[in-house]
Design a protein around this ligand. Sequence first.
Ligand SMILES: [Zn+2]
Length: 273
Amino acid sequence: MPQGSKEISELTVLSIFAHPDDEAFGSGGTLAELVQKGHKVTAVCATNGDVGEISDPALATPENLWQVRQEEMQRAMAVMGITDVRFLGYRDSGMDGTPDNENPACLFQADPSKVEAEVSALLDELKPDIVFTHDPTGGYGHPDHLTTYQRATAAVEAMTNDRPHLYYVCFPKSNFRKLWQEMTDAGITPPFAKEEMEKIGSPDDYLTTVRDVSEYVDIKKESLNCHQTQLDPNGPFSAMAPEFMTAWMSTEYFYLNQPKGGGSQEDILAELP
Ligand SMILES: [Zn+2]
């Protein structure tokens, strides 16, 4: 065992993302693998995804979407074997410039020190070895993704002892390009224009850890499927060849944020016990 590393036969993991389903897209395979290998995972959602899509009006109304998404999240996590699921209860902030973004109950408007204290309380209680959250780009810049990234990072960086490994879940630019090209070649209109696509995602050289999760991709897909309100049967993702999507979802990308004060941490995700 390298010097300074603790025995990692049982890891404690805190996954903290903005909306129900964010956990699955970028890190669902890794979370499933962690659970299968006997590690303990707590999944936290900062918001209830109140202003997300409603794929079918039979599933939810704008008024009860928050509740339906909490239930979907519980089911999605049960598929992975995660039973400790928590909600910070903030309202979804919607996109920049929308009235939802001005709502005083939304995460974006919440007092930063209050949200940071809530994350700190989770860190104190759970004492995680690993924290997963959004990366500094927020994937595609959603205000809730960015806010969650900022508050989680601040809470971890404020720790003086037992700082967990802080991993940002990334979507590399090359991956967005590949998806965009595949959609275009298949005659499917991508969810974003080419110019927009060039602006989103993390630079490929930013990544520290690339993981093959093909062994767990079926669980990831089943978990993702629980977020029914967010799955548009007529949307571009549904139109894609299933083999492409399976392959696309079989790799996950991370950035290990090293402690600012020195004392570098090893990349424990590189070889999971
Ligand atoms: Zn999200």
